[in-house]
Structures are given as C-alpha cells and as structure tokens.
Design a protein around this ligand. Structure first.
Ligand code: NAI
Length: 465
C-alpha cells in the first residue's frame, strides 16, 4: 500500500557513511529515515573490508599450517597437510558479516532511526520514492544526506559475469579456483590475490602500470613485491588485459600477446561513485567530475542536500565516510563543523601490510617542502623478531619538515603494521614534532617502538641501529 512519510532528515544509503550519520542523528534527537536497498552495513561490512579481512586471516592461518608440514623453524610440525572446506570458511565469514549487520540494525533502532528497506529514487531534491516489499513509500524530507557509495569499475571489453568476477563474488566462492587471474595490482587485486595464493591457488596478476600499488612509493611496495615473487604469484607489469575468451585472458605486454588460462578472472580496476539509478539527475546538485560536489561542511550546491563518502571523492575509505557523516549531521544540528583533516591514513592488507599517513618523502619534495626522513627496520625490533615479522624488509618511516620538525608523514610496511595507523594519524592530526615522538615513552616490546626509533634517528640519535 502506498505510504507517505515526512521527516526532518532522510539518509540514502546504509553503508559506513549513511549508518554512522543515522546513529549520530539519533543521538542528536533528529527525526531520521534511512533508506537502504541491500543489507545494512554497505560495501565495507557486507562485501568489502570486513569479509575480505576475514578471508585474509583464514588464508594466512592455512598458509602457516601448510608451511609447518614436515617441521618448521619455530618448532611446529604437522604430519599431514591441512585441508580447507571453502564452504565452511565462507559460512564462518558470513557469520561475522551477519553479526555486524545485526549490530548496525540494533544501533539504528536504539537511535529511533526508521529504516526503510528498498531501492530509493529521488523525484526532486527532497522527495524520494522507495520500492519496498510492502509497496511504494514516498519520503518527503527537510534535509537529505546522500551516502550511496560506490561500485566496482568494470572493463568495457571484459564485463562482469560468468567466470569474470568482482571482489564481491571472490569473497563468496563455494570452492577454490585452481587458477585465478587478476586484473589490477591495486588494493583489492593484491589483497585478494595474495589470500588466494595462500589458499594454494595459482595466481597471475596483470597490471597496466610498471609497478604494483601505484599509490605508494617504491620503498613501501618493495617488501610486498618480494613476497609475491617468493610466494609464486606471477606478476605481469606494464601489461594490458585485452580480452577474455574460453577461460583465457589475453594480455598485451611489450608488443607480445600472452595467453593466461584461468578458472576465474577477478577484475579489480578501481571503484566509481554510484551516481546512477537513483534520481541524482533530478536533484539539481553540481558535480565535480564523476563525484558529487561538496564543500567542507559536506553541503552540495542544493540547499539542504548533503553528500558524504565514496560519492564525493577519494579516498574511498570507510573511515573517511564515517568522519564526513559526523560533520554533515552535526552541521544539520546547527554545530559549526568542517571536514578538514590533516591526514587520512590508508592501510593495504597485503603480505606484508602497508600503512601510510600524510606525505612520503617524494610527496613532500613535490609539494616544495624541505623535509627530513628516517626509517627504522623491523629487523632491529625485538617484538617484530619474536612474531616472525622481522624478515621481509619491513620498516617504519617518519617524514618531518626540516625547519620546525613538524611531522608531516608516517609510513610503515611489515606484518601487523595496520595497528600503527592510530599513532600515525594522531601524531599528524595533533601537530606533533619529532621531539614529541622521541619524547613519548613507547611500550617495550611492541612494534610502536619503531616509531620512536625512527623519530630518534631523524634527530640523529637512534639507539638500536
Ligand atoms: P585500485 O585503484 O587500488 O587499483 C586498480 C589497478 O588496476 C591500478 O593499479 C590500475 O593501474 C590497474 N588497471 C586498470 N585497468 C587495467 C587494465 N585494463 N589492465 C591491467 N591493469 C589495469 O583499485 P581496486 O584495487 O579495485 O580498489 C578500489 C578502491 O577500493 C581503492 O582505491 C580503495 O579506495 C578501496 N579499497 C580499500 C581497501 C583498504 O583500505 N584496505 C581495500 C580494498 C579496496
């Protein structure tokens, strides 16, 4: 039965941008309706960050056990090879997703946010029609937050379908492909490609550029490249995927055509904002290229319409979307807020992990900043050695302005370094100088000591190197 709802705030999308906005609006007592066509949690919770990290975790565990067959350096030995029940692994991963999905629903309910399940379509900037299981619901709102997220970019000549899959399908395969080809050596291609290799698949990665993970500099990506080579992942750089026929990927490389047979082809060539199919063109908002244009309060060019997350630009990261949700809702509540972070950290969950916050030495130079930088290797950190994370070329690096020692960048590559992201971000956000990092007593034995030592080294007096 057709129904009309009037609300103060309408949020389109229940991903990490939209649901955080909903919970925050609930806390501020704003009458809110949230529209979601799929499951609450969005790409991150349902088919992205969380499920991929679960699969990466199992893959690493499986790989460690496989390497213990017949004995290993640390004394663990297995007499038989481990087995893998992919169906059970996927079910375990789904249970985590279900738990988080249920948690989001409960938090929204507690905040008295009305969730309307169905795909919304705007007919004007403040009116959204939703097709729900119970019939059409028309929502009229005073204020709108657009949080429609992004979708996997497709290659026009190799469309998704059949054995050509995106990360979504890759995370729910009922059984392991024997041979997996991957197009794109970016975040998703390498995170998932590495996991499938650990599961025992033959993995070939094809990348158009002449390097992996183009967002990061050579020093940071070198340990990842070394691991890929050692693990037996075939990497074709400077190679363009041109065609997929009869389960063979055709690749142009150095004037030659390679043919790569594969059971599945994973296409991970970026994501694009979801701007189609929900009436954005009826809303009269300005665009900035492919993205919705916003100011630092997350306001679009249409009065009362806000936009956040992947829809408004790079980096397309969960924590950026959530931060923008706070700004949008608090602005709507009348607070004086702006989205103006000093830095947003990014983590790549490859083997080993990379974390980067602020400027690299090259980026500082390109920005005309005279900088000093120093690295501290994991091979000289006791905790890293005790976790078998001291090999493989890991390090922590600090970059600071030469004139006043203000920290402008912190990066690390190595096992478990994702957990350093908080200190990296906090240091830059709080305007720390090298002396602050050097003067902070870091707990022994932890990987965080590498941050302390890198700062000491930049000041010319590291202890353990
Ligand atoms: P990406 O932008 O990281 O990498 C795509 C790669 O594909 C690039 O290196 C590009 O040169 C290559 N490429 C494009 N067309 C090609 C072709 N025809 N042949 C060969 N190579 C080609 O994109 P990805 O991995 O799909 O990830 C999308 C986004 O999702 C990321 O930018 C990130 O924002 C987000 N993400 C974040 C993660 C995290 O925070 N840990 C994990 C996964 C995704």
């Amino acid at each position: 039965m057709a129904q009309t709802l009037n609300t103060k705030l309408l949020i389109l999308g229940g991903g990490p941008g939209g649901y955080v906005a909903g919970i925050r609006a609930g806390q501020l007592g704003i009458d809110t309706v949230l529209v979601e066509g799929d499951r609450l949690g969005g790409t991150c919770l349902i088919r992205g960050c969380i499920p991929s990290k679960a699969m990466i975790h199992v893959a690493s565990k499986f790989d460690a056990m496989a390497h213990a067959v017949g004995g290993s350096k640390d004394g663990i030995g297995l007499s038989v090879a481990p087995t893998l029940d992919m169906g059970q692994t996927v079910a375990w991963k789904e249970a985590i997703v279900d738990k988080l999905n249920g948690g989001v629903a409960a938090l929204l309910k507690r905040g008295k946010v009305k969730v309307v399940h169905g795909w919304g379509r705007f007919t004007d900037a403040k009116t959204c029609v939703v097709d729900t299981a119970e019939g059409e619901v028309t929502i009229k709102a005073e204020t709108v937050i657009l949080a429609a997220g992004s979708v996997a970019a497709a290659l026009p000549h190799i469309p998704f379908g059949g054995d050509v899959i995106s990360s979504t399908e890759a995370l729910s395969l009922p059984e392991l492909p024997k041979r997996l080809a991957v197009i794109g050596a970016g975040y998703i291609g390498l995170e998932l490609g590495s996991a499938f290799r650990k599961f025992g698949c033959e993995v070939t990665v094809v990348e158009a550029l002449d390097r992996i993970l183009p967002l990061y500099d050579d020093a940071l990506t070198r340990p990842v490249k070394t691991w890929l080579e050692k693990a037996g992942v075939t990497l074709h750089l400077g190679a363009k995927a041109t065609e997929w026929e009869n389960n063979e990927l055709l690749v142009e490389k150095g004037g030659e055509t390679l043919r790569i047979p594969a059971d599945k082809l994973l296409v991970t060539v970026g994501r694009k904002p979801r701007t189609q199919g929900w009436g954005l063109d009826q809303m009269g908002v300005d665009m900035a290229g492919a993205f919705v244009k916003v100011n630092d309060r997350m306001q679009t060019s249409m009065a009362g319409v806000y936009a956040i997350g992947d829809l408004v630009g790079e980096p397309m990261l969960e924590h950026k979307a959530a931060a923008q949700a706070h700004v949008a809702v608090e602005t709507i509540a009348g607070q004086n807020r702006a989205f103006a972070p000093n830095a947003i950290a990014a983590v790549c969950f490859t083997e080993p992990e990379i974390v980067s916050c602020g400027l690299s030495p090259d980026e500082a130079k390109a920005a005309g900043i005279e900088a000093i930088s120093a690295v501290f290797p994991f091979s000289a950190n006791g905790r890293a050695l005790s976790m078998e994370a001291g090999h493989g070329g890991g390090f922590t690096r600090v970059v600071a302005r030469k004139s006043d020692h203000r920290v402008i960048g912190l990066q690390a590559v190595g096992q478990h370094v994702s957990e350093l992201a908080g200190e990296f971000c906090m240091s830059i956000e709080m305007g720390a100088v090298l002396e602050d990092l050097a003067g902070t007593i870091h707990v022994h034995p932890t990987l965080s000591e590498t941050v302390h030592e890198a700062a000491l080294r930049a000041l010319g007096h590291a202890i353990h190197i």
